[in-house]
Design a protein around this ligand. Structure first.
Ligand code: 5RP
Length: 222
């Protein structure tokens, strides 16, 4: 296992400390969350079950014998665990590298606590080095791409990806996102955009960062 994966795994296992008995756990998507689901399986008898942000995570959870509930039956959750492609010091994130951004954003919005699990390579001062994913309705591809160019980004259609919601993804290169909240609002307001992978308004509450010397915990400042 390479160092990055080791650090992802370390942070994922540290997340177990934040789980209370009887809880329904919101579960994100991605390689870090793969390790989290492995860890979660070791305490599966003390949790009630999970809700999942993707078909991939649903099958991983079910393979581990963890019951997955349909999100539509809930209007709030106590806790959500997910990773990020980038996270800044204000706990704002770029997500969607795994194309699950829309369901992730829904679960993040309805959760009282968002615990972001990352290895230290994900920490940045300014968001935007990682291409910003946007889930869009397929027929809006050209229009949204044109509007993204107007705000200084370089959109690239992500080939061979259909999201769990039946949509497509564009990844936006060369953005230096100095004001993530207004950028999130601006892109979300374009017709055809389902979700932009900027998690700025609803940022993380706690970040568990896997480093060589251990787990660093950062809490959101009010
Ligand atoms: C999926 C996500 C993931 O959290 C993000 O891509 C990080 O993934 P990984 O844990 O594989 O580095 O947003 O849509």
């Amino acid at each position: 296992m390479n160092l990055v994966d080791k650090l992802k795994k370390k942070a994922a296992w540290a997340a177990l400390d934040y789980i209370h008995p009887g809880a329904i756990i919101g579960v994100g998507t991605g390689t870090t969350i793969f390790y989290f689901i492995e860890a979660l399986s070791t305490i599966k008898d003390i949790i009630y079950g999970a809700v999942s942000s993707s078909n991939t995570s649903t099958s991983l959870l079910q393979k581990q014998g963890i019951q997955v509930f349909n999100l539509k039956n809930f209007n709030s959750l106590t806790i959500y665990f997910d990773s990020a492609d980038e996270i800044n010091h204000q706990m704002q994130m770029i997500k969607g590298g795994g194309a699950a951004l829309t369901r992730e954003k829904i679960i993040a919005a309805m959760s009282k606590k968002f615990v972001c699990i990352v290895d230290k390579s994900k920490i940045v001062n300014v968001l935007g080095r990682f291409p910003l994913p946007i889930e869009i309705i397929p027929m809006a591809l050209s229009y949204v791409s044109k509007e993204i160019i107007k705000i200084g980004g370089q959109p690239k259609y992500r080939k061979n990806i259909i999201t769990d919601n039946g949509n497509i993804i564009i990844d936006v290169y060369n953005l230096c996102i100095k004001d993530p909240i207004s950028m999130e609002k601006k892109i979300n307001s374009l017709p055809g955009v389902v979700t932009v992978g900027l998690f700025a308004k609803r940022r993380a509450d706690i970040a568990l960062i896997g480093t060589k010397s251990g787990i660093k915990v950062i809490r959101k400042m009010k």
